[in-house]
Design a protein around this ligand. Structure first.
Ligand SMILES: [Zn+2]
Length: 140
């Protein structure tokens, strides 16, 4: 083997290692994407990508636990039942609701994936999902 071949060989190995590491970082970054999922009556009605810079209000309108619609923004003057969801600082909270128990409002700010905010009277569940690395699913 000539000295030149050896250098090219080493160079190729280094390039492949860099590509491999970049790919892994890329895959991991995909896997750590988080979403705020809003469920009403067991169905996902809205899925919002969560970043640290989100500062958004969504008002969920229901009637007897049946889904009506999700309005972007803060809406409390409505004939329907409502839950105002506020996404900020990489987490989510129910800021206001017209349910009797106010359990969802009292639960406060949630940042952890998998911890659900639930409003039983309105059949509402708000939960942060994602954060599982994608390559984990493949290697399992
Ligand atoms: Zn409630």
């Amino acid at each position: 083997m000539k000295k030149g071949d050896l250098i090219i060989g080493l160079f190729a190995i280094i390039i492949m290692a860099i590509l491999g590491i970049s790919y892994k970082i890329y895959i991991n970054s995909l896997g750590t994407d988080r979403y705020v999922s809003i469920y009403v009556d067991g169905f996902v009605r809205e899925k919002i990508k969560l970043t640290n810079s989100n500062e958004e209000y969504y008002t969920v309108l229901t009637e007897n636990g049946k889904f009506i619609e999700i309005v972007y923004g803060r809406l409390v003057d409505t004939e329907y039942d409502y839950n105002v969801i506020f996404i900020h600082n990489g987490g989510v909270e129910v800021l206001a609701a017209d349910c009797e128990n106010q359990d969802d409002v009292r639960q406060g700010f949630v940042k952890m994936p998998g911890i659900a905010i639930i409003c039983v009277p309105h059949h509402l569940k708000v939960v942060i999902e994602g954060g599982e690395p994608e390559n984990d699913a493949i290697s399992r």
